[in-house]
Design a protein around this ligand. Sequence first.
Ligand code: THU
Length: 128
Amino acid sequence: MELIDHARVVRENAHAPYSKFKVGAAVKTASGAVYTGCNVENVAYPEGTCAEAGAIAAMCAAGEYEIAEIAVIADSPTPVPPCGGCRQKIAEFANPAAPVTLATMEGESQVTSVSALLPGAFDASHMS
Ligand code: THU
């Protein structure tokens, strides 16, 4: 199954009663394993979490820390871009050149990269 199809499947499990906007994300690690996540909203709105954050948490919980590829899908008119916070979360674990696939439920997709989504990212080198 393509990585975007893992994202499409997990999207169905999103808890999005407030925005009604379900998002699914899937990361593939250097080992080839796939971890998925969906957005989980909360009645206290700022407590909600994004699909990408869920997938990254699942990856770390499994003891893996290297994103080779990531895919995100939502029922949006154009391929759904990760929010700013998620771009930083992805950059924590991915090579700048790692491919990021953004997709709609209608089958439109776009492939970009971590560095294209977050140019000039703050990283550990800035603290040395
Ligand atoms: N959302 C994600 O899960 N990922 C993104 O990259 C964009 C936004 C979620 C958060 C919230 O539950 C809903 O989409 C509307 O913003």
